[in-house]
Design a protein around this ligand. Structure first.
Ligand SMILES: [Zn+2]
Length: 376
């Protein structure tokens, strides 16, 4: 168990006997988080279409904010002056912020990576910016993030071995600079394991970063276009390298199936835009697979989205009503479908936590897949 300020930061509570799955608890500046957990994505200090009360009623324990977006607009100094991100957005639970690295590579109009940092043009107004490892920590400390991520070097799927080596070496050097820049010790600082699709580089990245004694370890650069079996293979190679005393976070993943498979391999934390983005597109997750609400078959369907779901939407509204709202572009539909999808993800994580505690994880996983294969 790692300790900071006398407070246990991560506790492993129990392990499944037939799986790498485990139950744990994160103790953070704004409260505790039961793991395995899923973090809804609140890019611009808002989980799209949902209020903090909605998130709590869906069972969310911790949310994710995007450093890149908040740095550009409204600016971390302003949020800091106004009392920090929690106060600014009215969410009192834990928050993890990413480093902005992934967004620089994927959203910025121009991106030049040098040893000092990353230079880029804002996707909003084209203005020129430079993020360094030190500035990324300064931004996240101004936001007051319970868990901060260091600036890392992301590479595209299909990158060469040499590119992967260079990226992982710079990622380690930048992690050291981030750790040296940290002033607020009550906030956790994770490291991000890179190494592309090369198992030996993944192990090397993990070992270099473990030597730094960070507060937790994230696995970055997966779910970037590789086949799912490659993702699980890399995960299976790198996960055992990380000692049990550290929380393990698989970044940007994924579908309900991905979550179940990754928990099976011992992952503790997840984030993904999928439940909220899909909700806004009318794609809804259920215990029997996904449904597309605009399909004509739901026009007169008086049933809830999922008979087993206890969310506000399923307790009060029919598929027919939700389809009507969607077809009429009524704003309410974004909230109602987002509530359902986030509730579904949180319920899935709760079911996995219960299954691990009962030491029935493989049985849970078998039933999870069996149910999805049955045509409703
Ligand atoms: Zn529901």
């Amino acid at each position: 168990m790692s300790t900071r300020s006398g407070l246990p930061f991560f506790q492993e509570l129990c392990r499944a006997s037939d799986s790498g799955a485990r139950r744990g608890r994160l103790l953070l500046a704004h409260g505790s988080v039961e793991t395995p957990c899923f973090m809804p994505v609140g890019t611009q200090a808002s989980v799209k279409a949902l209020s903090p009360d909605d998130l709590l009623s869906c069972g969310a324990q911790i949310i994710l904010g995007n450093t890149y977006h908040l740095y550009l607009r409204p600016g971390h100094e302003l949020i800091g002056e106004l009392g920090g991100l929690h106060k600014f957005m009215g969410w009192n639970g834990p928050i993890l912020t990413d480093s902005g690295g992934f967004q620089i590579y994927s959203l910025a109009q121009m991106c030049r990576i040098q040893e000092e940092g990353a230079e880029f043009r804002s996707h909003i107004d084209g203005s020129l910016h430079r993020l360094t490892p030190e500035l990324v920590v300064e931004i996240q400390e101004a936001l007051g993030s319970d868990i901060m991520m260091p600036l890392d070097v992301c590479i595209p799927y299909g990158a060469s071995y040499d590119e992967a080596v260079n990226a992982l070496e710079r990622t380690t050097r930048w992690a050291i600079r981030c750790k040296n820049a940290q002033k607020r010790r009550e906030l956790a600082l994770f490291a991000i394991i890179q190494g592309g699709m090369f198992p030996e580089l993944r192990r090397r990245s993990a070992q270099e970063l473990l030597a730094l004694g960070m507060d937790g370890y994230a696995i970055g650069g997966l779910s970037v276009g590789e086949p799912k079996d490659v993702m699980l293979q890399i995960l299976g190679e790198v996960r055992p390298v990380i000692p049990r005393c550290y929380p393990v976070y698989l970044m940007g993943v994924g579908t309900p199936e991905d979550l179940v498979d990754a928990v099976d391999l011992g992952v503790d934390m997840f984030d993904c835009v999928m439940p909220t983005r899909n909700a806004r597109n009318g794609k809804i997750f259920t215990s029997f697979g996904h449904i597309v609400i605009k399909n004509a078959q739901y026009a007169g369907d008086n049933r809830p989205i999922d008979e087993e779901c206890q969310c506000y939407t399923c307790r009060n509204f029919s598929r027919a009503y939700l389809r009507h709202l969607f077809m009429a572009n009524e704003l309410l539909v974004y909230r109602l479908l987002s509530i359902h999808n986030i509730y579904y993800y949180q319920s899935l994580m709760k079911s996995m936590r219960d299954a691990i505690e009962a030491d029935e994880f493989q049985s849970f996983k078998g039933k999870f897949y069996e149910k999805r294969s049955v045509k409703q």
